[in-house]
Design a protein around this ligand. Structure first.
Ligand code: ADP
Ligand code: MG
Length: 284
């Protein structure tokens, strides 16, 4: 039977906008020794903006046009920011052979030309001679017919309460980690601003799972994973407590999670842990 205290704990949490899917998860929350965060949409708003257009051999207008057409089918927040920045109507029938390459970018054919759009790893994989910029930001490189044609710099913003949430978690004696598919320099910049203990960048979806399991094996106690995206569902499912940010989260993430935060506020994680600890006192 489930001790009564768990019901009051789940009720108290739900009043704060934290949906806990069962008493076992509340108990698991109480034994947390580490919190692993996804970056995009979790620590940051996931609200990307194009902040620079650097064209090579073509005009900036052409670069933006090709990039917007390339991203028109993608739901990735990076893609949406490019389409928004282009601002004009897209004749989607021009886009042929579209493929999304998870953790890398996209490929397609536009006006009979082969287009590749994504991170530096995508360019390397396709053996494209592509200079690597040292700009801080998420960089989307463009290749047309396997030739480098420029890049876009895309920037995200921190959520207002990320720093506070992470310092409160550390004050509880809990270690903090960040995993991201984004590049090292953006990851380090963000981790530094919010005070994350350890960062893993440039990860493909499968590698997120591997690193998460490595952290689990190093930490004595439960490990929380907090994420929002479709890519996060496998890690959410492996976590001792999987937390989905419901404010902007995908259905797949909400489904795979043990705990759903109904807003996009990271401080709700702290509230959840505090409620779990208080409930524990009532139960025992
Ligand atoms: P995160 O871990 O930050 O959620 P993802 O795994 O979704 O990131 O993506 C990792 C990286 O892959 C992105 O930072 C970006 O460089 C590249 N990428 C993914 N999807 C796209 C896309 N549609 N267009 C361009 N680049 C993309
Ligand atoms: Mg993500």
């Amino acid at each position: 039977s489930i001790p009564l205290g768990f019901f009051s704990g789940i009720g108290a949490a739900s009043k704060k906008g934290i949906l806990i899917k069962g008493g076992n998860h509340l108990e698991a929350l109480n034994k947390v020794h580490a919190v692993v965060f996804d970056k995009t949409g979790t620590i940051t708003k996931g609200n990307f903006k194009v902040t620079e257009v650097a064209a090579n051999e073509i005009s900036k207008e052409e670069l933006l046009y090709i990039s917007a057409y390339g991203e028109a089918y993608s739901n990735h927040p990076i893609a949406k920011s490019i389409v928004k920045s282009y601002g004009k109507e897209i004749q989607i029938e021009k886009v042929k052979d579209y493929k999304e390459i998870e953790g890398y970018g996209v490929s397609l054919t536009l006006e009979d030309k082969k287009i590749l759009l994504g991170n530096h790893k995508l360019m390397e994989t396709n053996k494209i001679d592509c200079p690597k910029t040292d700009k801080i930001g998420t960089i989307v490189y463009l290749a047309v017919e396997n030739e480098f044609k420029g890049y876009l710099v895309i920037s995200d913003e921190l959520k207002a309460d990320s720093k506070k949430a992470i310092s409160s978690i550390r004050d509880l004696g809990i270690k903090t980690y960040m995993l991201t598919g984004d590049n090292e320099s953006v990851a380090a910049d963000i981790a530094d601003k919010v005070g994350i203990d350890k960062v893993y960048a440039g990860l493909l979806p499968d590698q997120k799972v591997e690193i998460f399991e490595k952290i689990q094996s190093e930490v004595h106690g439960n490990v929380i994973f907090v994420g929002d995206g479709i890519n996060d569902a496998p890690v959410l499912a492996r976590a001792d407590v999987g937390v989905a940010m419901g404010g902007i989260g995908s259905d797949a993430a909400i489904e795979a999670a043990d705990v759903v935060i109904m807003t996009d506020e990271l401080t709700k994680i702290v509230d959840g842990i505090v409620v779990a600890k208080a409930t524990r006192k009532i139960v025992t």
